[in-house]
Design a protein around this ligand. Structure first.
Ligand SMILES: [Zn+2]
Length: 270
């Protein structure tokens, strides 16, 4: 079965990313990712951008698309009047399949006027806006900005834009489910739901209640056609995470979750 990994980060040579990859049993290199994609029949990867939106920073070659990454503080640093044109240049490219926002790692609300031009650009180019929702990786984040309920305002204000709740708002699962149930223009990805390498038998036993909550809220609304597989590499082990999602998601939804939904929502044309 062919898979699309709709949520990875490629940091290049970077001490922090090198250590993270090693800690999950991998090596931080694009070639290593390519090899694992081949082994697992992952035919396409979507890179969530972590760089300033300069013209030539996002070139990952065939088999990869990217969402141009933005943070409020970064927009202020680069100039709020300059950044929309930079982002538009990316959105014109077929390899750029959307925009990625990082509230929670950044202290601006999604409804801040600073972000308005990017929702309008997403609508103009018919490309989705993926949004970090839920827990942040360390204590330096602010959860009030990354709460999935914040996306409800956007979904109402921009009905023609598709918004993606990255990480299904974890652990604000009920809130993410409410936003998805109400708004047909909100999807989620199920990346980064466990960190590192886990013995899955043990994990499913130790975290039984969490797993039940995840499965329960993913099944709560009629939205399996809006649930997208992604890993959040380099934070997870590839085969371990694919197996985790196979156990989590009912088999009858695998084709949609592992391939069809990302292909349609990100307009990949695969
Ligand atoms: Zn991520």
């Amino acid at each position: 079965m062919k898979l699309i990994d709709a949520h990875i980060h490629l940091f290049g040579q970077d001490e922090w990313a090198d250590e993270l990859a090693v800690s999950v049993g991998h090596i931080n290199s694009k070639q290593h990712v390519d090899e694992w994609f081949q082994k697992l029949d992952i035919v396409h990867g979507i890179v969530m951008g972590n760089f300033d939106p300069l013209p030539d920073v996002y070139d990952f070659g065939p088999g990869y698309s990217y969402c141009v990454g933005l943070e409020g503080r970064q927009i202020l640093r680069l100039g709020p009047d300059k950044v929309p044109a930079m982002v538009e240049e990316h959105l014109r490219r077929s390899a750029c399949c959307g925009i990625k926002l990082y509230p929670g790692y950044d202290d601006h609300y999604l409804t801040d006027e600073l972000y308005a031009p990017y929702y309008e650009l997403a609508e103009k180019y018919n490309k989705p806006v993926a949004i970090h929702t839920g827990q942040t990786q360390d204590q330096h984040g602010w959860l009030k900005y990354s709460h999935p309920l914040a996306v409800d305002d956007l979904a109402v204000k921009y009905p023609n834009v598709q918004f993606i709740l990255c990480h299904f708002g974890n652990p604000f699962l009920a809130d993410a489910a409410a936003v998805m149930e109400k708004n047909p223009n909100v999807s989620c990805d199920i990346s980064g739901l466990l960190e590192g390498y886990e013995d899955l038998d043990e994990y499913f036993e130790d975290k039984k209640y969490y797993i039940q909550m995840l499965q329960g809220w993913l099944s709560y609304g009629d939205y399996w056609d809006r649930v997208i597989f992604g890993t959040d590499w380099p934070g997870v082990n590839f085969p371990n995470y694919v197996e985790f999602i196979r156990r989590l998601v009912p088999r009858k939804h695998w084709q949609a979750v592992f391939f069809d939904n990302a292909n349609r929502i990100f307009g990949l044309g695969l």
